[in-house]
Ligand binder design. Structure first.
Ligand code: AMP
Length: 393
């Protein structure tokens, strides 16, 4: 890591504006169903508080259109107060009168959470004026929101730029994520195996291309596989496919050769539900009226065998509709093989992280990333503007 971290700056009696990722899942009663993202931000938060700094936290939550109250950061602020065992202030707005007043009056050791960044159009637009208003509240800027590092929102790029000569650093979570992911990419012990799944091939074309040049094998599961099947002239029934991407899939197969490993069988259902009629068929032979919902048992065994030989594994995207058993079997088989392999294993955020947690295997892998899109962007070799904007060591 060539960037200064929050540990490298003196925060005593300083106000630290920290971009965190408190975009937590909430149920209909506004209860947090998984507080991992708040937990992951605690090391940086505590580092500032223990060294006598004051903290102003900012995050987005969901996709509000019109400042709907269900997108308030209040539940996150309440949970943070419980975890820290101290009061946490919540501003009624992000850069308005209440936020500015509370930020001005904030004392060392205190924590203020600003309201949802996306209550302001300027956030997604990367508006420099909005960024200036945020930057003006603090002495130090810290980026600890790995999940949004691949974005160019105002809080990610505009704010560090607007800080001028004031310190701007990475937080401990971002530093850890970048270290694990870049080590996995640059110093991978071989065999190096990538497993990609999920709904759409279009989201992952560039990462597949890149991984075909860096990995020894790239395994493809999830609905993505059916676009490859289609490209080979297979029957895909009602499966989720992207016919306009079948030419690209063909190119990837030509480029990958034996490195690209596709499913050999498919677990199909006649409806998108657990209690549908089910059938297991060879890949490319999905009957009319059925859709592929998981890799089949032969594929699960094939993928597990490859993973068990690997020394480094990166995984992003489920092998099937793991939310609807029994179509979780393929994802479970891959997760269990990773846990058993002893390989350095990096699990991309989002659904693969959720799956590994549901299977109780989170502590059997090397690193579970907090960012799905961000970890894919790193695997693709993208440079994050949000991190580039920070101070070098
Ligand atoms: P992504 O966001 O692209 O990683 O996709 C994750 C989603 O893909 C999960 O919600 C899975 O249920 C879904 N998925 C995986 N395999 C299939 C499939 N065969 N058919 C439909 N959806 C799938």
């Amino acid at each position: 890591m060539t960037k200064k971290t929050i540990q490298d700056v003196d925060v005593r009696d300083k106000k630290v504006l920290m971009r965190v990722d408190f975009n937590v899942p909430l149920d209909k009663q506004q209860r947090i169903t998984d507080d991992s993202r708040i937990q992951m931000a605690l090391p940086s938060i505590q580092s500032v508080l223990q060294r006598g700094g004051a903290l102003i936290l900012m995050s987005h939550l969901g996709r509000p259109k019109n400042k709907e109250p269900e997108f308030s950061l209040r539940p996150a602020a309440v949970r943070l107060a419980e975890l820290l065992g101290q009061d946490v202030l919540l501003a009624a707005d992000t850069v308005g009168e209440d936020a500015r007043k509370k930020a001005t009056e904030l004392l060392s050791g205190q924590v203020l959470v600003l309201e949802n960044l996306r209550y302001n159009e300027g956030e997604k637009q990367g508006d420099p004026e909005f960024a200036e208003q945020l930057a003006g509240m603090a002495d130090i800027y810290c980026n600890d929101a790995f999940g949004t590092c691949h974005r160019t929102d105002a809080s990610m790029v505009g704010v560090p730029q607007a800080m001028g000569t004031k310190p701007k650093v990475v937080g401990l979570l971002v530093a850890k994520e970048i270290k694990y992911l870049s080590d996995a990419i640059d110093n991978a012990e071989r065999p190096f195996v990538a497993i990609l799944g999920g709904a759409k091939v279009s989201d992952k074309i560039n990462v597949i291309k890149k991984l075909l040049t860096t990995c020894d094998q790239v395994l493809i599961g999830g609905a993505m596989a059916y676009t490859f099947s289609l490209a080979r002239g297979g029957r895909v029934g009602n499966s989720l496919v992207e016919p306009d991407k079948s030419q690209l899939a063909k190119q990837l197969m030509e480029m990958g050769g034996d490195k690209l490993v596709l499913p050999v069988d498919t677990h199909c259902g006649d409806a998108f539900s657990s209690d549908c009629n089910k059938v297991i068929v060879p890949s490319g032979e999905i009957p009319d009226g059925y859709e592929g919902l998981d890799i089949g048992p032969k594929t699960a065994e094939l993928f597990a065998d490859i993973v068990l030989q690997a020394k480094t594994v990166v995984w992003n995207g489920p092998m099937g509709v793991f939310e609807k058993p029994p179509f979780d079997a393929g994802t479970r088989a891959v997760a269990e093989a990773i846990a058993k392999s002893g390989a350095v294993s990096i699990i991309g955020g989002g659904d693969s992280a959720a799956a590994i947690k549901v299977f109780g295997l989170s502590d059997k892998v090397t690193h579970v990333s907090t960012g799905g899109g961000a970890s894919l962007a790193m695997l693709e070799g993208k440079i994050f503007e949000s991190v580039e904007a920070l101070d070098d060591v």
